[in-house]
Design a binder for this molecule. Sequence first.
Ligand SMILES: NC(=O)c1ccc[n+]([C@@H]2O[C@H](COP(=O)([O-])OP(=O)(O)OC[C@H]3O[C@@H](n4cnc5c(N)ncnc54)[C@H](OP(=O)(O)O)[C@@H]3O)[C@@H](O)[C@H]2O)c1
Length: 331
Amino acid sequence: MNMKALIVNEHGTVEKLSLGEFPDPQPGKGQVLIDIHAASVNFPDLLVIGGTYQNLPPRPFVPGKDLAGVVAAVGEGVTRVKPGDRVIAQIEHGAFAERAVVSEILCMVMPAAMRFEEGAAMGLVYLTAHNALTERAQFRAGEIVLVTGAAGGVGLAAVQLAKALGAVVVAAVSSEEKAQLARASGADHVVRTDVPDLRESFRKQVFDAVGKRGVDIVLDSVGGDVFDACLRVMAWCGRLVIIGFAAGRIPEVKIGYLLVKNIALIGLQSSDYRERKPEVVRNAYEHLFALYTEGKLKPQVMAAFPMKDYVTALNTVKDRKALGKVVITMR
Ligand SMILES: NC(=O)c1ccc[n+]([C@@H]2O[C@H](COP(=O)([O-])OP(=O)(O)OC[C@H]3O[C@@H](n4cnc5c(N)ncnc54)[C@H](OP(=O)(O)O)[C@@H]3O)[C@@H](O)[C@H]2O)c1
């Protein structure tokens, strides 16, 4: 049997993808077959489609990392979920399709009140924000957290999560529309990156907001000039988590500066936790879903597009227009 799926036959722009038939996946031992209802678009999908991501499967393949749906069947030995359960899961690729197969340990049963679009939007970006803040930066309540790209997928999740956990949150964004969303999502202060002389202006804006002591933690998914500016606003013993380089340039650092201020630069590759520490992922989701149920996290679904409108969905993220998350729906 075949299913409908977005297919990468050759790497390139989003327009090079095709919507076609792909063989139905079959659940093996310990695996779960999911009827996908919604899958969210993540910035790394564009890198995968473009062929510049660190982890690429052989072609043809189905991209997409974040899905929400219903368990259709389970393979031998599966005990954690059963047919009919509403779940979310993250996979390396394969979410932009009607069905996918996922290891049972990576299937998280969704809270009853959560819609599939919200579930898909609460996948990779919230896990990344959680890993960045708690696992990598070892956040303590009351600390000042600066989030870059704060109206994007990872950024907005990080703003909401940091606020929910008791941070003073500074959001860095590039437009008034994004500033409003960051404020509405809990940011205590907003600083702008679409300014002349970012290097000096950024430091002035952050110091005006929180004082010259600076910020304890930076969660940076933008890189480039924004990263460079962030390094100049760190408090003594600050921690900067490197999440991504949406701006395109991978920064380089003069490490003397880290020594002088006892600053830690910390890398994060969230997807690694799926294989290496699945219990961290499960604990994170227990925490995230509890915060959702308490009303402290609200996944922001900017738009949900049917599969046939995949070009618009993916290009909304590519063109830096996403406010929160863009979702593709399958049924
Ligand atoms: N380390 C990990 O495990 C992990 C996991 C997920 C994602 N990521 C990475 O994190 C980054 C953000 O992912 P996301 O899904 O949150 O993306 P997103 O929703 O598109 O948000 C990215 C943000 O980056 C800013 N940006 C600055 N220059 C940009 C440019 N030239 N093009 C696009 N955005 C630009 C934008 O904010 P402003 O307009 O306000 O500047 C945008 O809101 C990506 O680099 C992604 O690869 C890493």
